[in-house]
Write a protein that binds this ligand. Structure first.
Ligand code: FMN
Length: 359
């Protein structure tokens, strides 16, 4: 039996295999009007294709808990019931294909209000549906970027409540896994790292103060997310800074705390919070970060980043470096990667009835 195609049970949920799709923004929702932030035909076709392709779990792209929490004006959102209804169509379909629907709940913090990546990704103002970003401290991501407004303690509390509301809506929309986006230099990551968090109140300064917001979000989400359903947290294991940033040691320490607060799996990415850092990428370059958390804690982990090859993916699991793998760009290139991988490994491929003549 291949490790990739061994089902995986977290709480009461069984995911049919370990080939998962990580969140990937499509920047394809309406930026204004009644359908703002709601998934549409593009999102349906995009996620449906990866489901018919045999992906065990699909984590829907960063979905904003509030309009200000979008990376771009074209992001998905889950702050109203119109959005919930639109997501239902996708989650219902994924379930018919034996794929578990997950969703990443996100707030973009100081990296909000930017153009779509294929249009350059630069910050935009009101002339292009933009707004002033919010952050732990009034420090821009990089020179030339707008200075974000520093959140008051009251606004921090409101933002925690927004995550809980979003989780409640995600449940109503039919999702079975919720992932809190704590990575890539967005709001939660900005609080964690001393590079972006320069507050001198109870939300900044010491390690304990910097992780406070993240743990409050986890607690608020866990309180509304059912006991029988798993909660994931995506982290940037390192800022890739020589000093003055969030480190892998911090990640290992924090992983244990997340588990105590009811997180079931850490989705281990890196970077995105500090501009201008050098990151040497290559096949599986982030796997060692996941492997370290797995070796030094009891929290399950998923590995992500340039995992593209069947043998490579199988080995990551067989070596005990991670409990699941996430394939991003490779699944954009090849939506049926999981089916091909199953065949190659001699496992039972998931084939929709309509495609039985292609088995
Ligand atoms: C088009 C695109 C959109 C992405 N959007 C998100 C996102 O919404 N949330 C997130 O945490 N990561 C996002 N990422 C990062 C991916 O989830 C993944 O971690 C990254 O692409 C590395 O994996 P890969 O080498 O398999 O593509 C995005 C990546 C791509 C290519």
């Amino acid at each position: 039996m291949s490790a990739l195609f061994e089902p995986y049970t977290l709480r009461e949920l069984t995911i049919p295999n370990r080939v998962w799709m990580p969140p990937m923004c499509q920047y394809s929702a309406a930026p204004e009007g009644p359908l703002t932030g709601a998934p549409n035909d593009w999102h349906f076709a995009h996620y449906a294709a990866r489901a018919t392709g045999g992906t065990g779990l699909i984590i829907v792209e960063a979905t904003a808990v509030s309009p200000e929490g979008r990376i771009s004006p074209y992001d998905l959102g889950i702050w109203n019931d119109t959005q919930v209804e639109a997501f239902r169509r996708i989650t219902d379909f994924l379930k018919t294909q034996n794929t578990v629907p997950g969703i990443q709940l996100a707030h973009a913090g100081r990296k909000a209000s930017t153009e779509r990546t294929w249009k350059g990704g630069e910050p935009v103002g009101p002339e292009a549906y933009g707004w002033q970003p919010l952050a732990p401290s009034a420090v821009p991501f990089q020179e030339g970027h707008p200075v974000p407004a520093e959140l008051t303690v009251e606004q921090i509390r409101e933002t925690v409540a927004l995550f809980a509301d979003a989780a409640r809506r995600a449940l109503a929309a039919g999702f079975e896994v919720a992932e809190i986006h704590g990575a890539h230099g967005y709001l939660i990551n900005e609080f964690l790292s001393p590079h972006s968090n320069q507050r001198d109140d109870e939300y900044g300064g010491s390690y304990e103060n910097r992780v406070r917001f993240a743990l409050e979000v986890v607690d608020a989400v866990r309180a509304v997310w059912p006991e029988d359903k798993p909660l994931f947290f995506r982290i940037s294991a390192t800022d890739w800074l020589e000093e003055g940033g969030w480190t892998t040691d911090d990640t290992v320490r924090f992983a244990a705390e997340l588990q105590e607060h009811g997180v079931d799996l850490l989705d281990v990415s890196t970077g995105g919070n500090a501009s201008g850092v050098r990151i040497v990428t290559g096949p599986g370059y982030q796997v060692p970060f996941a492997a370290r958390v797995k070796a030094e804690t009891t929290l399950p982990v998923a590995a992500v980043g340039l995992i593209t090859d069947v043998e490579q993916a199988e080995k990551i699991l067989a070596n005990g470096e991670a409990d699941a793998v996430l394939l991003g760009r490779e699944l954009l290139r090849n939506p049926s990667w999981a089916r091909h991988a199953a065949r190659e490994l001699g496992a039972e491929p998931f084939v929709p009835d309509q495609y039985h003549r292609s088995v």
